[in-house]
Design a protein around this ligand. Sequence first.
Ligand code: PLP
Length: 432
Amino acid sequence: MEISKEAEALNAGLQQAHPQVFSMLSKKGRSFFFPKLGILSQTAEAKGKKMNATIGICLEEDGSPMRLQSIQQHLTLNPGEIYPYAPSFGSPQLREQWKSMLLSKNPSLQGKEFSLPIVACGLTNAVAVAAAMFVDSGEKVITPDYYWENYDLTIAQGCNASLVKFSTFKGSRFNIEGLRGKLLSKGEKKVVILNFPNNPTGFTLRKEEAPKVVEVIREAAEKGKHIVVLLDDAYFGLVFEEDALQESLFGMLAGLSPNVLAVKIDGATKEDFAWGLRVGFLTFAAKDAAKECYAPLENKAAGALRGSISNASNLSQSLVLKAYRSGAYQEEKKAKFELLKKRFDEVKRVLAAHPEFREEFVPEPFNAGYFLCFKLKHADAEAVRKKLLETYSTGIIAFGSIIRFAFVALPLAGIEPAVTNIFSACRDCRKP
Ligand SMILES: Cc1ncc(COP(=O)(O)O)c(C=O)c1O
């Protein structure tokens, strides 16, 4: 792969600033750069000039963005916050805002240096960019065996890599030994993806488990492994039990070791109930890293975005920024959280009230997020799924011997009937 002069300069700077982080880049990651020269920089230099004929958008006679009334009539935002392109790095105000929100939501980040978040088109795009930056063709990416299926496309297929799985649970605990085994296995570079609260299980680490996970990462780093930890925090904040960790592992990993690069992938999608707006973020942290390390990483991520989606929706970024700056935001979020927590508590109540359900299925550990998984004891999950559709007018996701149940999508009063339907369909489909 040919590396441009601009990428070479970026690589030299990163190698000098933080050789361990530089060594973690994939071949593609080494080739990424955000072009300083050319259209974008010439456009930037012309900004504010009386006659600016550089930009690739049309302007009205009064200089405001050209627009169609059939679109504008539905919107109250200023045209400047809607129609022009957002920068490939993301809106500067939104990036600063998200950074300060990361600090307040993750107390362990206090006093630690981390990058300015880059805005991606949702978390899927952020996962794909992070994978392209750090995962080489043929490389193995470690993941618990309960993982979001789209890693198959974004990471495995997208990077021609393979996912190496370990059992998520050991009894009712997170399988820390399983993670340790994979981290200490042969090879100096390790890439691991962790997703808490998890899709599909709805499990997040408990407060006493999190430091132990951090410890095994530290142990591997001290043994000389260079570890990229991709943290998919899509369901951040939706944590329903007291003993569960409320913040991201990002804060604890940020200052852990120069051999550990934490990449936080998060966004408005799930935590702000804004699925279709497609606002995701990508943030980096490593011990001993400063601006000289983060700036090239941000530049490379923006380069990868420029070469794929070019930039995320300006309208969406403006909308979420307005929400984050609104005095009502925290209260509104709290109200939604409380509703979802009621549904979570209802699932717990229903399972406790119906011990007979355990004859057909048991839940995997769950304490957070949108879902839980039922492990079926006697029936085939796909057969149960079909039966539920045909006889009980109920939809669930089936894979292997597991049913994924999205309790967040049902009204409170619908939870008991839905779980009862799953029980009945399991009975109907019992294998002889
Ligand atoms: C764990 C996890 N990560 C990422 C995503 C994708 O988020 P987005 O819709 O922002 O691309 C999802 C969506 O289902 C998810 O469950």
